[in-house]
Design a protein. Structure first.
Ligand code: HEC
Ligand code: HEC
Ligand code: HEC
Ligand code: HEC
Ligand code: HEC
Length: 446
């Protein structure tokens, strides 16, 4: 075995020597990676059981299977005729099914996805991230991969340790894995033809105080998202204690083992697949992201001032698919008799938000100032009023009348992954209403 590897290595060196000058003439390296080079997460779980359990049913594991993503992407692809719009609508698999895309199938959303190889169905997985060697661009998945040759020859797994000597695969320290860039390459999404910034999580982080040159203040994506575990949301407003443990059942203890839950705000999809722990952790994360303060001193002028502060997120609230995510203010004023005298941002019986709700989101346009909901048609960003990291935003509500004495003013900041209206547009089995998570609440008797 060892001898064979040695020979292969030598052959490799000779081959590289011959091939190197020809490289520019050869097809891009993307074409040359074979699906069998990737090792299934089940194999990694044999030794890294705890990390596997954390990753299982995370949004990375579910990136391809996620019914919200898969039905939305099929829906957006339908009926397009413009070549640029079609190109964008077909491009989703690059990040949501990356092992498949990289190795040749699926290349497009309209491919027969029932033929997706089993390993590619497992979304953003162990061997994908841990074969990443460099980043060629920080948007639209610019990871450059160097996987091994399958289970027989697993090759190098890149990670945070410079002294790991595993028995199954080789290991190498990778600075990239400790930096936000490895996340940013997929968490910045540009329209492939029009260039519109569709998702900007990395850029938002890059422009935030968390991207500090002072190592004491600097917090990369991993510093929050790979410190979280049940009961420890690990945000910018809560402690982020280390997680001592070992990377396998039989390895020595280390001061910190990075957790792999990859929890954001999605409180429905992981639970749908049985990841109940991730549902709870998403709620814990959202509950520690923002604060609310309500100023009732101007009620006599029929004005209510509400301030929202992003205290916990390393990017805007909401981030990611900012056109879909809904973070809004619900305001209810009730008299002493409990009768509602004013309300805003209250969901109706069909779970639909009123048009004038105060909502923090991005809105895309068609290039002529008209709103579009299909990102494939997004030629401009019309509006972006999301709350930046550490930023406070104040909104003044104009009330129709001065509230009666001793009224109760209740303001809540709420989160939902997507508008019910959009879910209702998607043909087929109706979606159950997505959970509404209370991020913050203030109640004042005036
Ligand atoms: C036969 C057991 C075994 C299997 C199977 C296994 N690993 Fe490991 N791996 C280890 C051991 C042992 C370490 C070293 C842990 C330490 O030093 O704390 C390790 C370390 C690592 C590291 C850290 C490397 C570094 O230098 O930072 C990564 C990343 C990793 N493994 C990824 C994987 C992936 C991905 C798979 C599946 C493709 C996998 N491992 C399968 C045993 C295994
Ligand atoms: C989205 C990319 C991504 C995926 C998917 C992923 N990892 Fe990791 N993993 C990382 C990063 C990044 C680090 C190091 C974080 C740092 O140093 O800041 C890491 C660290 C590790 C380590 C070192 C020990 C630790 O946790 O600190 C091991 C071992 C490991 N991962 C194994 C796995 C296995 C096994 C899977 C699949 C079940 C997996 N990883 C899935 C990105 C990923
Ligand atoms: C200081 C801690 C912190 C850092 C650093 C951080 N995040 Fe977050 N992240 C949060 C919190 C808190 C939330 C929940 C609030 C929200 O959804 O914005 C969150 C939510 C998310 C979400 C879900 C978005 C949504 O609204 O549904 C994604 C995706 C995400 N983060 C990715 C990243 C990436 C990628 C980076 C690095 C570029 C990063 N985060 C850096 C704290 C952090
Ligand atoms: C190969 C592309 C890729 C890389 C690399 C990647 N992500 Fe993701 N990530 C995704 C996709 C795609 C989703 C959403 C899947 C879905 O919702 O269907 C996602 C989801 C998430 C979520 C959950 C969002 C939510 O709404 O709950 C978090 C948190 C997250 N990623 C953090 C990270 C961090 C931290 C890193 C770096 C260590 C990282 N990601 C690296 C593609 C990637
Ligand atoms: C460059 C990588 C990338 C590409 C390309 C991409 N996405 Fe995503 N997608 C992400 C990331 C990262 C997230 C997680 C952000 C968040 O949680 O807000 C995500 C999340 C989503 C979600 C939210 C899923 C849920 O369960 O709430 C939908 C829907 C989605 N993407 C649709 C699409 C569609 C449709 C396309 C193609 C037109 C596409 N994506 C292309 C990276 C990508």
């Amino acid at each position: 075995m060892k001898f064979r590897r040695q020979v292969k290595k030598i052959m490799g060196v000779i081959a590289t020597g011959i091939l190197l000058p020809l490289m520019p003439l050869l097809a891009s390296s993307e074409e040359t990676i074979d699906i069998n080079q990737f090792i299934s997460p089940d194999i990694c779980s044999g030794c890294h059981a705890e990390i596997f359990e954390q990753w299982e049913n995370s949004m990375h594991h579910l990136a391809h299977k996620d019914p919200v993503y898969s039905r939305v992407s099929q829906f957006l692809r339908k009926g397009l005729t413009d070549a640029g719009e079609i190109k964008e609508a077909e491009s989703c698999v690059k990040c949501h099914t990356p092992v498949g895309f990289l190795t040749g199938f699926p290349k497009k959303v309209s491919d027969d996805l029932s033929k997706t190889p089993e390993i590619a169905i497992q979304g953003i997985q162990c061997d994908y991230c841990h074969s990443a060697e460099s980043v060629k661009q920080i948007h639209n998945n610019g990871l450059v991969l160097k996987p091994g040759q399958g289970e027989e020859e697993p090759g190098i797994k890149y990670g945070p340790f410079d002294d790991a000597v595993p028995d199954f695969h080789e290991a190498q320290y990778s600075k990239l894995h400790t930096e936000s860039r490895i996340c940013g390459t997929c968490h910045n999404v540009n329209h492939v033809v029009f260039g519109t910034n569709l998702e900007t999580t990395y850029t938002e982080w890059e422009n935030s105080v968390y991207n500090s040159t002072d190592p004491e203040k600097r917090i990369a994506c991993q510093g929050c998202h790979m410190y979280q575990r049940s009961g420890i949301p690990a945000t910018g407003s809560t402690k982020r204690p280390e997680n001592p443990g070992s990377a396998t059942d039989y390895s020595d203890e280390r001061p910190h083992i990075f957790t792999h839950y990859f929890v954001g705000g999605n409180a429905w999809v992981p639970g749908f697949f049985g990841g109940k722990d991730k549902h709870r952790m998403a709620v814990e994360r959202l509950e520690n992201a923002a604060t609310l303060s309500v100023d009732t001193s101007k009620l006599n002028e029929k004005k209510l001032n509400i301030t929202v502060t992003n205290i916990g997120a390393g990017h805007s609230i909401p981030t990611g698919v900012g056109d879909l995510r809904q973070v809004w203010l619900e305001i209810i004023i009730q008299g002493k008799d409990n009768k509602t005298s004013f309300q805003a941002g209250v969901l109706d019986k069909k779970q639909v938000l009123p048009k004038d709700a105060l909502i923090f989101r991005t809105v895309f346009g068609d290039g002529n100032g008209n709103e579009v909901i299909n990102i494939a048609k997004a030629r401009q960003v019309l509006k972006d009023n999301r709350i930046k990291a550490k930023q406070s935003v104040t909104r003044t509500i104009d009330l129709p009348a001065i509230p009666k004495k001793e009224s109760m003013v209740t303001v809540r900041l709420l989160y939902r992954s997507m508008p019910q209206k959009i879910l209702n547009l998607i043909p087929g089995e109706p979606f159950e209403p997505l959970p509404v998570v209370e991020m913050a609440k203030v109640q004042n008797r005036i």
